[in-house]
Design a protein around this ligand. Structure first.
Ligand code: ZN
Length: 236
């Protein structure tokens, strides 16, 4: 599905659980943003095939959760694309550090469970090595993206902002399930206060016109108003 010219939402992802995006770059190349669940790799590759598989040479990972990096190793192996993530998220993306779920009793059970289920039931195999690391305010010239570090849900989560057209890709910094803005799920958000600060940080970006989410439907109208109203409604 074309969200706006140059930005595709990959169709037919596993049970509509999570979104991945393809960005058509000015230089003719394609950048994949996130790689879905393990089973989504084939769907992503089939989708990109229509645009030209050999054009896909960069993959940006918003964060290291299994629903965003599940298909990463397979898509990377099929395309030899360069993989980019935040420096703090590198070890999680490479499967060398478990995803931290926080310190609540529920999270202590949930965290190891997610890590175990990802590998056994879902068949998740992490990418061996990330190629390029970014930080807050890194400018990714090929895409025209400004990196916005949005920790809280995970320590090295990033959003991507294309300032010329005001396109904002938020990962799981917030979601839009059922077309209603929401905070990332508490059980998988070790630092909810930090996550809220990240939402406020995104609401400060100038001229936001379009927002796309890891979970939920894109916003193409009144984006800045909706984002700032939501940020303003969050408890301090
Ligand atoms: Zn997610």
């Amino acid at each position: 599905m074309l969200v706006v010219p140059g930005l595709h939402l990959v169709d037919g992802m596993e049970k509509g659980v999570v979104n991945a995006y393809v960005w058509e770059r000015p230089d003719g190349g394609l950048t994949l943003i996130d790689a879905g669940m393990p089973k989504d790799a084939a769907k992503i590759l089939a989708f990109v095939q229509r645009l030209g598989l050999n054009r896909l040479d960069r993959i940006i990972v918003t964060h290291g959760d299994v629903d965003h990096v599940g298909g990463l190793a397979e898509v990377q192996a099929a395309t030899a694309a360069r993989v980019i993530c935040h420096a703090v998220e590198k070890e999680v993306v490479e499967g060398r550090k478990p995803r931290e779920m926080g310190r609540s009793p529920m999270a202590r059970v949930y965290g190891p469970l997610v890590n175990a289920v990802s590998r056994t039931v879902l068949g998740y195999r992490p990418l061996a090595q990330v190629h390029e690391l970014v930080l807050d305010k890194t400018f990714l010239a090929p895409e025209g993206f400004q990196v916005v570090h949005v920790p809280g849900h995970s320590p090295g989560q990033i959003a991507l902002f294309e300032p010329k057209r005001g396109i904002l890709i938020v990962g799981d910094a917030l979601n839009n399930r059922d077309d209603r803005l929401g905070e990332p799920p508490r059980i998988a958000t070790p630092l909810p206060d930090v996550a809220r600060a990240s939402i406020r940080k995104l609401a400060q970006l100038p001229n936001v016109q379009v927002i796309v989410f890891g979970h939920g439907v894109p916003i193409t109208e009144n984006a800045a108003q909706r984002l700032s109203a939501f940020a303003g409604s969050l408890p301090q």
